[in-house]
Design a protein around this ligand. Structure first.
Ligand SMILES: Cc1ncc(COP(=O)(O)O)c(C=O)c1O
Length: 400
């Protein structure tokens, strides 16, 4: 990809005519192709799935099942190992209510200091319910994880590791393959929070070797309300269901029920069918460009921003550097609250995030209340970076 290609892609996103959008780590904008696919589905293909004998319902069922296949091919899994949830948060909560029956009977869960609340609070609650303890792989000064410490922390006492693949605060790409393999060598299970990874880089869950992997559709050009939980078939088969009711059963009597095959066992009730259709279209869009191209373009944008901001007086940057990162730029301006930076940029039509980024423990570790965060995606251009840098310079002048 280059700047001309990015400019061209921008044309696919109607909303980008009205703003410079640099908050894709929070959620991404949607291309016409995704909006049209969902509109087409509601206008001419819509019916409930798995129930109707009529053609319309059978076609809707096919679209919903094809979306599982599209996701499975995208992440290198089997179709029945892909469970549709609402988002990453629900995928992790699903695990936190069903994993206890298959975890080794040990006392510790290992996380990192870099977790989003979605991959922390569910495990805090899990640990309370099951009398377990959380331990944390520490962050180093260069904004990467301390793998030496991880080697000591992950032990025969570890029942589970739950780690993020890419940090939503720094963009750091963590070596989850190493952590997962370490966990497996000690007989522990592994959960990977891939909310910031799948939208930005190639992910192959079989290659990673993890037991479970979670991500959200809305962060990868898809609609809100559809997320994914990948799980190894043999583990999902042994786990109890999370929600019970319609669609997740094979047969029901007055006093008991038998569970359906995967993935239906974990998809109780009428799912977000249009969301699945939109997500499949989003994946086709991403694949047309290529995930390696996307990551490389994000890094080009990050590099351009870092070149103009690094070393600038009063600018503190929280980044492991482009080679270890996706397109996320967290920073603070001396003497200026991150919310004020975001407000000043907003006056110029530049949307960035400010605050704790749902990582409050990490903020306390850094001794700050928050950062400003610009996050780049495939539809951002070098002109967007220019507007960001100029807005930052303006904020510094206003607060000088
Ligand atoms: C690393 C990470 N994990 C989990 C989440 C939660 O995602 P969702 O709100 O889609 O459930 C986010 C959202 O920002 C995130 O960045």
């Amino acid at each position: 990809m280059d700047n001309n290609v990015a400019r061209g892609l921008k044309e696919d996103f109607p909303i980008l005519k009205s703003c410079t959008y640099l908050d894709s780590a929070a959620t991404t904008q949607k291309p016409r192709q995704v909006i049209d696919a969902m509109s087409r589905f509601y206008s001419s293909q819509y019916a409930n799935i798995h129930r109707g004998v009529y053609k319309l319902s059978q076609e809707a069922t096919m679209l919903y099942e094809d979306a599982h296949t599209e996701v499975a091919d995208f992440i290198g899994s089997e179709q029945d190992e892909v469970i549709f949830t609402r988002n990453t948060t629900e995928s992790i909560n699903l695990l936190s209510y069903t994993l206890h029956e298959i975890l080794p009977k040990r006392k510790e869960i290992v996380l990192t200091e870099l977790e989003h609340h979605s991959n922390l609070v569910p495990w805090q609650q899990f640990a309370k319910r099951h009398g377990m303890k959380l331990r944390f792989i520490p962050l180093k000064k260069n904004f990467t994880l301390d793998y030496g410490a991880a080697e000591k922390l992950i032990s025969r006492n570890t029942a589970l590791i739950a780690v993020n693949h890419v940090s939503n605060v720094f963009g750091t790409i963590n070596d989850v393959e190493r952590l997962v393999s370490l966990a497996a060598s000690k007989g522990a299970l592994s959960v990977v929070d891939g909310a910031q990874a799948v939208p930005h880089k190639r992910v192959d869950v079989k290659k990673l070797g993890c037991d479970f992997y979670a991500f959200s559709g809305h962060k990868m050009l898809g609609p809100t309300g559809i997320g994914v939980l990948y799980g190894k078939r043999e583990l999902l088969g042994k786990m109890p269901p999370f929600l019970t009711g319609g669609d997740m059963i094979r047969s029901v009597s007055f006093d008991s029920a038998e569970w359906n095959d995967l993935p239906m066992k974990f998809e109780a009730g009428t799912p977000h069918i249009a969301g699945a259709v939109g997500l499949a279209e989003a994946i086709r869009y991403l694949q047309k460009i290529g995930m390696d191209e996307i990551l490389s373009w994000e890094r080009t944008l990050l590099k351009a921003a870092l070149k103009q901001l690094k070393g600038r007086k009063g600018v503190f940057i929280y980044s492991p550097g482009t080679e270890k990162s996706s397109g996320i730029l967290s920073f603070n301006l001396q003497g200026v609250h991150s919310h004020d930076v975001a407000s000043i940029l907003d006056e110029r039509g530049v949307c960035i995030r400010a605050g704790h980024h749902c990582a409050m423990p990490l903020m306390s570790k850094l001794g700050i209340t928050g950062t400003s965060r610009a996050s780049f995606y495939l539809y951002n251009t070098l002109e967007d970076v220019k507007r960001l840098v100029s807005g930052i310079e303006h904020a510094q002048e206003v607060f000088a």
